[in-house]
Design a protein around this ligand. Structure first.
Ligand SMILES: [Zn+2]
Length: 283
């Protein structure tokens, strides 16, 4: 089983995690910029963090044979802090870097006017830099948050096929599916989505534009839940090819929209492999 984790915060994980992930079949990851748990007090602290996402962390991952790319953004939570907002001026510099494959995580946390503005500004940056966008949806008031997210995406003019709306569940998947955006699901040990619930969603909504991630961060999380979801799919009667599509080809197809995804070390022959209905426009 080859696995591409499209959303994982490796900065909060140990080398033991990298080792276990490599053993489980994880060959590539995307690490979105996010909130570090403790408030940052000035833009310089973001610059150091972004530098580690495009420098140190890819180096650390490579030691375990894992390809590492990043997404860069001012996250929604810190968009509310006036001390952090000047970060928006730093972001273009990072969007030029080769290993940056999307603008993200952007979107809503508490759905404030400040978040509205940062979200719109960064969607415009995604259009300008011809990058896809990774959109976080709020964990509280999720149904309403997703509806408002989809409105803002529509107004921004970015093509829905270049947007991944993440942290979805049974309640929100349908709305996103209808828009043509990609759908992300974060699988957690004991809250939110679990492998069996994910399998049910794949059964009822199909495999097109579906991405599964572990979102592993500082909270209780497990970087092997992508693998566990693949195993749960097989146990439920999905084929090896179905698992490969969800855990590898779909994330590869999405981040390939950046034109920058480099998987040369992972055994993948490139984004335009046979059998990917996604890239042909999909059934
Ligand atoms: Zn995240």
């Amino acid at each position: 089983m080859r696995i591409f984790d499209p959303h994982i915060h490796m900065t909060s994980r140990t080398t033991d995690d990298y080792e276990r992930m490599a053993e489980a079949g994880v060959r590539a990851v995307v690490e979105p910029a996010f909130w570090l748990g403790q408030p940052r007090t000035n833009p310089g602290s973001f610059a150091d963090y972004f530098d580690s996402l495009v420098g140190w962390e890819p180096f650390r991952a490579a030691q375990f044979g894992i390809r590492h790319h990043a997404t860069i953004a001012l996250n929604p939570k810190e968009a509310n802090d006036p001390r952090c907002r000047p970060v928006l001026d730093l972001i273009p510099r990072y969007l030029d870097k080769d290993s940056v494959v999307a603008v993200g995580e952007i979107g809503y946390d508490a759905m404030t006017p400040e978040e509205d503005e940062a979200f719109a500004v960064q969607l415009a940056l995604a259009v300008e830099y011809e990058l896809p966008a990774l959109v976080h949806t709020p964990h509280r008031d999720k149904a309403q948050g997703v509806k408002r997210t989809l409105d803002v995406v529509r107004e921004s003019g970015i093509p829905p096929g270049r947007v991944l709306v993440d942290h979805l569940n049974e309640v929100t998947v349908g709305d996103v599916r209808d828009t043509g955006c990609w759908m992300g699901f974060s699988i957690y040990p004991d809250t939110k989505m679990s492998p069996p619930r994910m399998v049910e969603i794949l059964r009822s909504h199909g495999l097109d534009r579906m991405l599964v991630n572990s979102a592993a961060d500082w909270g209780r999380s497990d970087p092997l839940l992508t693998r566990r979801t693949g195993e749960a799919m097989l146990a439920a009667g999905f084929s090896d090819d179905d698992v490969d599509r969800v855990l590898w080809r779909n994330p590869v197809a999405f981040y390939s929209l950046s034109g920058r995804l480099d998987l040369s070390d992972t055994g993948d022959t490139g984004p335009l492999f046979e059998g990917s209905s996604i890239l042909r426009g999909g059934s």
